[in-house]
Design a binder for this molecule. Structure first.
Ligand SMILES: [Ca+2]
Length: 177
């Protein structure tokens, strides 16, 4: 065992360095109070519509919008040199939803890079809900644009009606070798 333990430690360190998940409390398991909104680790989110639900011992984020309205929670990250790619994943469930007057007005996970001027670069990336659905995994892999200065990851109900549940939000970062 004396010989094996240091070897294991080295292997684990190498594996962990390949990707790192940027999102704090993306599984909503924390029972701590939020410091910048109702949900720990997340900024914003109107407490009238946003809560963490415990269902069958799993905690997840719920944005419940009984009448047409908007609520959003976000996490923001500064892009560092060497950032290459992000692998985004989330599970979203939707019930009783009605899309707003444009097809993008719905529940979604949105993740956008911006440059130093605050302009979106690399396009508006999002995983959007188009109809009621049970828990559905949604994933996307995107390259980090060369001039990206920050990344903002947002859980939305945008100008729409419905109950939107989010869980297992992950943004796994791969750095250049
Ligand atoms: Ca969870």
């Amino acid at each position: 065992m004396r010989f094996l333990l240091p070897l294991c430690a080295v292997v684990l360190t190498c594996t962990a360095a390949d990707t790192v998940n940027l999102i704090v409390n993306g599984d909503f398991s924390s029972t701590d109070a939020g410091t910048e909104g109702p949900v720990q680790g997340w900024k914003g989110g109107d407490g009238r519509y946003v809560s963490v639900i415990d269902e069958d011992k799993n905690r997840f984020l719920r944005i419940a919008m009984p009448e047409k309205g908007t609520a959003m929670l976000l996490q923001k990250f500064t892009v560092e040199p060497g950032w290459q790619r992000i692998d985004v994943s989330v599970k979203i469930r939707a019930k009783g939803m009605t899309i707003g007057d444009e097809n993008y007005k719905t529940g979604m996970l949105q993740y956008a890079f911006r440059n130093a001027k605050g302009e979106v670069v690399g396009g508006w990336s999002k995983r959007r809900v188009d109809a009621d659905q049970d828990w559905t995994p949604m994933t996307e892999s995107i390259e980090v644009p060369a001039d990206a200065e920050n990344l903002q990851v947002e859980c939305w109900a945008m100008d729409c009606v419905g109950t939107f549940d989010f869980d297992d939000v992950k943004v796994e970062l791969t750095k250049k070798p």
